[in-house]
Design a protein around this ligand. Structure first.
Ligand SMILES: [Zn+2]
Length: 81
């Protein structure tokens, strides 16, 4: 038994494993069809992206606050007579 060959669904040609496209007709042979990847999108899942965006906003505000505190303390340390 030979290596697992990819049989083209379009023209029936046998392609060596690892080929993403048919060597004869050029059709996509990859494990996932292009429209399958197109279907799955993060925006398809409701609720989760909004929560993640909220968390990102909270994190950015916290980071900004920490940065301003750091800068303020640094200024106080440097400018102290
Ligand atoms: Zn083909």
């Amino acid at each position: 038994m030979a290596e697992r060959q990819l049989i083209c669904g379009q023209c029936g040609a046998a392609n060596p494993p690892g080929n993403n496209y048919c060597g004869r007709c050029g059709v996509f042979l990859g494990g996932r069809a292009p429209d399958d990847g197109e279907r799955w999108r993060p925006s398809d899942r409701p609720g989760e992206p909004r929560a993640r965006r909220q968390a990102a906003i909270i994190y950015s505000i916290a980071a900004l606050f920490a940065l301003s505190c750091l800068v303020l303390s640094l200024v106080v340390i440097i400018w102290r007579p």
